[in-house]
Design a protein around this ligand. Structure first.
Ligand code: NAP
Length: 316
């Protein structure tokens, strides 16, 4: 029986673990299929405060893990099959059937960027293919970039990337954009953005030196084309990793966990959420880490019996 189990090892989960461990709560941290979270799929992180020269994403995450271990956090790798939140202590069932119990749970399972699933894409992540303009845009100064997607994320990423790129080509599989009018207008008014609509991405073309193009199907002509580019930003949405909760915790319609505004409390007392699994807006390592700290402090307070649960179901 644990006082607290943290599920997920991105910046949110590891920060929660550091705080819980320093409060002598001996947390168990469950590491899933992507140890260290999304930052392990990026290269250099230049916007995490405290590293004036930048730090590699995997190194930053390894450091956070070491810091949590130093104060006594216990780690184990496992895939959680199911969670029973109906009574405390909460029960987690791991693949293989083993069960674990905890008085509080901190859910920090993050959100996974969606990929196109085309040849050449995954092989070139960190070598020209990215799912995060804020993280990687800086590396494409003066270069031509493609952004794929037709939603608000794609418009936002395309606009942001024009700060660095010489040209941003927006590739979308249909003629109509899904993005809100205001975001579309902003992108359309940006002279650095050009449009390749009605194009379905087929293959990322790369040499050993990096990405050189995107092969697309022109849905009007039925012909294949290659759009030259030095970078490809895939902005087709994120999926919050909440399936394993099987609907027991309140989420929004996409699946992001709802937390009480200004806290990490979910609708189930004793269960807290932090990081991208509850954040569809900021999605930064530093905001995830900050919310991990909040979750640990909320769990600590809950364990002391002083938590006030005035959850009203409001959406943050
Ligand atoms: P989204 O609205 O679901 O849009 C995803 C886009 O990617 C769609 O245009 C979709 O094409 C395309 N797409 C999906 N799968 C694809 C595939 N396999 N191949 C090619 N294209 C594919 O996702 P989002 O843009 O990330 O936005 C998610 C939510 O966050 C929305 O509610 C959005 O309003 C919100 N958001 C708001 C802001 C803001 O207000 N500042 C910024 C970002 C996001 P189809 O249109 O053809 O389906």
């Amino acid at each position: 029986m644990y006082k607290s189990i943290v599920i997920g090892t991105g910046p949110a989960g590891l920060t929660a673990a550091i705080y819980l461990a320093r409060a002598n709560l001996n947390p168990l941290v469950i590491e899933g299929p992507e140890p260290g979270g999304q930052l392990t799929t990026t290269t250099e992180v230049e916007n995490f405060p405290g590293f004036p020269e930048g730090i590699m994403g995997p190194e930053l995450m390894a450091n956070m893990r070491k810091q949590a271990e130093r104060f006594g956090a216990e780690f184990r790798t496992g895939w959680i099959n199911s969670v029973d939140t109906s009574k405390r202590p909460f029960t987690l069932t791991l693949e293989g059937g083993e069960t674990l119990q905890a008085e509080t749970l901190i859910i920090s399972t993050g959100a996974s960027a969606k990929y196109l699933g085309i040849p050449g894409e995954r092989d070139n992540v960190g070598r020209g293919v990215s799912t995060c303009a804020t993280c990687d845009g800086f590396f494409f100064r003066g270069k031509k970039i493609i952004v794929v997607g037709g939603g608000d994320s794609a418009m936002e990423e395309a606009n942001f990337l024009t700060r660095f790129a010489s040209e941003v080509v927006l590739v979308h599989r249909r003629e109509e954009l899904r993005a809100s009018k205001i975001m579309q207008d902003r992108a359309r008014e940006n002279p650095k953005i050009t449009w390749a609509l009605n194009r379905t991405p087929l293959e990322v073309i790369a040499t050993g030196m990096g990405v050189t193009g995107l092969k697309v199907l022109n849905n009007e002509t039925g012909k294949e084309e290659v759009i030259e580019t030095q970078g490809l930003f895939v902005a087709i949405g994120h999926t919050p990793n909440t399936k394993f909760l099987n609907g027991q915790i309140d989420t929004d319609e996409i699946g992001y966990i709802k937390v009480k505004p200004g806290s990490s409390e979910t609708n189930v007392p004793g269960i807290f959420a932090c990081g991208d699994v509850q954040d569809n807006k900021y999605r930064q390592a530093i905001t995830a880490a900050g919310s991990g700290c909040m979750a640990a402090l909320d769990a600590e307070k809950f364990l002391e019996g002083s938590a006030v649960h005035d959850w009203s179901g409001a959406v943050s």
